[in-house]
Design a protein around this ligand. Structure first.
Ligand code: SAM
Length: 325
């Protein structure tokens, strides 16, 4: 099955053919270097495991990003009355909650919150939490892959796009620039983008964050094979793989892989034959690119946005950039 979708795009941006989930997984497994798109981590189990990761001692990104939001919520939310807060990759919505907490009920009543996430379970859970905590705000969630389908956000006005947690780092460098460019193109004058960026730092700190002692990240990584089993009917045995995460200094990114610990034959009704995987072969499951101040300027110059302010923590490990059109 093949569905075509045309995204309204600007100069230098291309039309994208929308692939089905089955096609995306098959293409990754049939490639010379096997890979799976990282969005497939996030079924119900994966979203819960990610929430556990965010609470791990070793995993500095979430607490650092949150501390920046906590310290600057007042300034970030100045003049926010009447806005639509559109959060891409909203997950458990705990970050937007920090900003909403800083607002009086009268202001909350004027806001619309639009979480956008590929995970239906995360969306349902967070909707309940938000309505319980901030009953006054209007919540209107969109379950979609924002890389393939961003136009549903066009119906909202006076938008502040929020893209926290350095999720942008999961995109290839050139796709990240293109994606911010696409956002810049669809934004109207005066609209904002709050972009969270995990900065380049000591290799030991980075590698520890993706290799926790309790092996939660390893379980999260292996869960992608259970998701593939559900979507394309493969019979992957996740325990026949080992979690491997390391910092590639040249590309300035953490790479996560699953390494086969034995030879195996994988079957699926969608394969033409069987998939043979050799011991030691890897499936590349995630990149998490890290950023420098040069990237902050590059995003601005390719998107027609200006940097209004940039906030960081005492270690300068994370940056929250407030861009405006
Ligand atoms: C690394 S988590 C970050 C969650 C949260 N923003 C935070 O900062 O803690 C990435 C989130 O983005 C969602 N996501 C990843 N790729 C996506 C895509 N292409 N389209 C929509 N959501 C996506 C995942 O389901 C997950 O909730």
């Amino acid at each position: 099955m093949h569905r075509e979708w045309t995204i309204p795009v600007g100069d230098g941006l291309r039309e994208m053919a929308m692939k089905t989930e089955e096609e995306e997984i098959l293409a990754g497994l049939m490639a010379a270097k096997k890979h799976l798109p990282s969005k497939f981590f996030y079924d119900e189990t994966g979203s819960k495991l990610f929430e556990q990761i965010t609470r791990l001692e070793e995993y500095y990104p979430t607490r650092t990003d949150k501390s920046i939001l906590e310290q600057n919520a007042g300034e970030l939310m100045q003049g926010i009355e009447g806005a639509s807060l559109v959060e891409l990759g909203s997950g458990d919505c705990s970050k937007i909650s920090i900003l909403l907490q800083a607002l009086p009920r009268e202001t909350l009543k004027t806001l619309t919150y639009v979480p956008v996430d590929v995970s239906m379970s995360a969306m349902e859970e967070s909707r309940c939490n938000l309505q319980e905590r901030f009953g006054a705000i209007q919540v209107s969630g969109i379950v979609t892959d924002f890389m393939q389908q961003i136009h549903p956000v066009s119906q909202y006005e006076n938008r502040v796009f929020c893209f926290f947690g350095s999720t942008i780092g999961n995109l290839e460098r050139r796709d990240a620039v293109r994606f911010v460019g696409k956002l810049g193109h669809l934004m109207e004058t005066g609209e904002r983008l709050l972009l969270g960026l995990d900065m380049v730092k000591d290799k030991a700190v980075l590698e520890k964050a993706y290799n926790d002692e309790k092996d939660v990240t390893a379980r999260f990584n292996k869960n992608i094979l259970s998701v593939a089993n559900k979507i394309i009917g493969t019979d992957f045995e996740p325990d026949y793989f080992r979690h491997h995460a390391f910092f590639d200094e040249e590309q300035q990114r953490i790479e996560m892989h699953l390494v086969a610990t034995r030879d195996m034959t994988v079957r699926s009704p969608l394969f033409e034959g069987n998939l043979e995987i050799r011991k030691g072969e890897t499936i590349h499951t995630e990149n998490s690119h890290k950023f420098t101040s040069d990237h902050i300027g590059k995003f601005a110059s390719f998107s027609g946005l200006s940097v209004r302010a940039a906030y960081t923590d005492s270690n300068r490990w994370f940056t929250l950039v407030d861009y405006i059109k």
